[in-house]
Design a protein around this ligand. Structure first.
Ligand code: 5GP
Length: 177
């Protein structure tokens, strides 16, 4: 693996995650339990850092969807559910936690899916957003950083399963993709 210069350092990420956790702690101060639903696999490091900074009672669930265009015979635009949450979300206060919103299709799909489960409330949280790539508008209630259109890795984000555990976020130059 090559050494990549940081786009966001560990310190910058930590400060921003603390700010997001602070906002969530304030917004849900009067709620008996919050359910964090992490979208696998990219959100797992962000979610674990964020969750450990929460002072509001919470439980953690995970959900997994297919990456787009996995089989030629399928609609390359479609998102498919690979793994569902374990417990009902009915009447719960849910925060959906994503690593990155690119076209917005995954988050839009997941919002439709989870809203149908009749939670009391549902909000979205994403560490990163590439607004220049938006195809489906979705509100991001808690957003870490806005970035330009490049492929980023580290802090949970991969390229072909590599770079996921890099402690900071970096752009992967085109020649390494
Ligand atoms: P969307 O449905 O918003 O187009 O895509 C969301 C998913 O695409 C993310 O959850 C992530 O898995 C993947 N993705 C989009 N851009 C990037 C990127 O720059 N780096 C990595 N590692 N994954 C990305």
């Amino acid at each position: 693996m090559i050494a990549l210069p940081p786009l966001m350092s560990e310190d910058v990420i930590r400060t921003r995650v603390e700010q997001l956790a602070g906002r969530i702690n304030t917004d849900y101060a009067n709620v008996s339990e919050l359910v964090l639903v992490g979208v696998l696999t990219g959100s797992f490091i962000f979610l674990s850092d964020l969750a450990r900074l929460l002072t509001v009672p919470h439980r953690v669930e995970f959900i997994a969807v297919s990456s787009y265009g996995s089989r030629e015979s399928e609609d390359p635009e479609s998102v498919r559910l690979l793994m569902d949450v374990r417990r009902s979300l009915e009447g719960e206060h849910v925060v959906l936690v994503e690593d990155i919103v690119d076209t917005g299709k995954t988050l839009a799909y997941l919002m439709r899916l989870l809203e149908a489960r009749r939670p009391d409330s549902i909000k979205t949280c994403s560490l990163l957003h590439k607004p220049g790539r938006t195809e489906q508008e979705v509100d991001i209630d808690y957003l870490g950083f806005t970035i330009s259109d490049s492929w980023v890795v580290g802090y949970g984000l991969d390229y072909a399963e590599k770079y996921r555990t890099l402690p900071y976020i970096a752009e992967l130059p085109v020649e390494y993709r």
